[in-house]
Design a protein around this ligand. Structure first.
Ligand code: SAM
Length: 299
């Protein structure tokens, strides 16, 4: 298929074409499913450039909507799989994407779906696979955490999220944005803030600013931990109450009777007990995990 021919005049991501498709299919938006459809071609160009696709690559899209991004992925990638929860969108997607033979639609809740079989069934011939999506904002964090923790073989995750969430993902220690999400994302990936996106780039316009972020999967984590599960448990405990010191948060987690012991562990790890979780680097959290395990405080 001559993709340049398909490109011309076919763009779904324009206000007029989006309104036309919605009207023709009698579609009504469900706010509860985070349905804000992209109508800004320039932003789509930035997403596509950040995803670095090509005919030998695969793209997994979460929440295709009426296909604004899916269409561009079909033109730029070798294989595309798109997972959509709303059954009303499946016939619309089949209609608007009918000319593309490299798109697989899955009607499922991405949080419940087993995505692994896609790698054998759809992406077997692909050199690498990236997740590229304009995510539903009400479940951004669970979706990103699932992609990271399931250890799916993805090269990168290029996603539209709320601006504030993108800032948290990319935050460095010390600021108010830095927290458990920053540590989880940065443990698995190198984040790169791509661009800010105004509400007017969507129909309907969301109440918040958005941002595109690229998470490049690391070949191995930047710190060594004995147990990832334990490491993240400690991270969550450290941020349980942000205005409390690390020592107090850990005491609340392990129990008051361990307070003195915890002070010794912190000093063994070279971390001042009056510091707050938000000031600790990944390396310091890894050291803390090691010291707590060595002291027999966590199993
Ligand atoms: N990709 C389209 C675009 O950019 O115009 C639509 C993006 S819209 C922000 C989010 C989409 O995710 C909607 O189509 C919504 O129905 C879908 N969605 C919401 N929750 C989902 C879930 N748990 N699993 C799969 N899709 C979901």
């Amino acid at each position: 298929m001559d993709k340049s021919v398909v490109r011309s005049g076919a763009d779904i991501a324009t206000p007029s074409r989006t309104k036309e498709i919605i009207r023709r299919h009698g579609f009504t938006f469900r706010k509860s499913l985070g349905q804000n459809f992209l109508i800004d071609k320039n932003i789509l160009d930035k997403i596509i450039a950040a995803a670095d696709l090509g005919p030998t690559k695969g793209a997994l899209e979460i929440g295709p909507g009426i296909g604004a991004l899916t269409e561009r992925l079909a033109q730029e990638a070798g294989q595309v799989a798109a997972v959509e929860i709303d059954d009303r969108l499946i016939p619309i997607l089949r209609d608007v994407l009918a000319i593309y033979d490299n798109v697989t639609l899955l009607h499922a809740d991405v949080l419940k779906a087993d995505l692994r079989p896609l790698w054998n069934e759809r992406f077997a011939e692909c050199e690498s696979v990236s997740v590229v999506a304009n995510l539903p904002y009400y479940v951004t964090t669970p979706i990103v955490m699932k992609l990271l923790e399931d250890k799916l073989p993805v090269e990168s995750i290029v996603v539209m999220v709320q601006k504030e969430v993108a800032e948290r993902m990319a935050a460095a220690p010390g600021g108010k944005e830095y927290g458990a999400l920053s540590i989880a994302v940065q443990y698995y990936c190198e984040p790169e803030y791509v661009c800010t996106v105004p509400p007017g780039s969507f129909i309907p316009a969301p109440n918040v600013e958005s941002a595109v972020i690229r998470l490049k999967r690391r070949s191995k984590p930047p710190v060594e931990v004995a147990s990832e599960e334990r490491f993240f448990r400690i991270v969550h405990a450290a941020f349980a109450q942000r205005r409390k010191t690390l020592h107090n948060n850990l005491t609340a987690f392990f129990g008051k009777d361990r307070k003195a012991e915890l002070a010794e562990v912190l000093s063994a790890a070279g971390i001042a007990p009056e510091r707050r979780g938000e000031t600790l680097s990944l390396a310091e959290f890894a050291r803390l995990e090691g010291a707590l395990a060595e002291a027999g405080l966590v199993k």
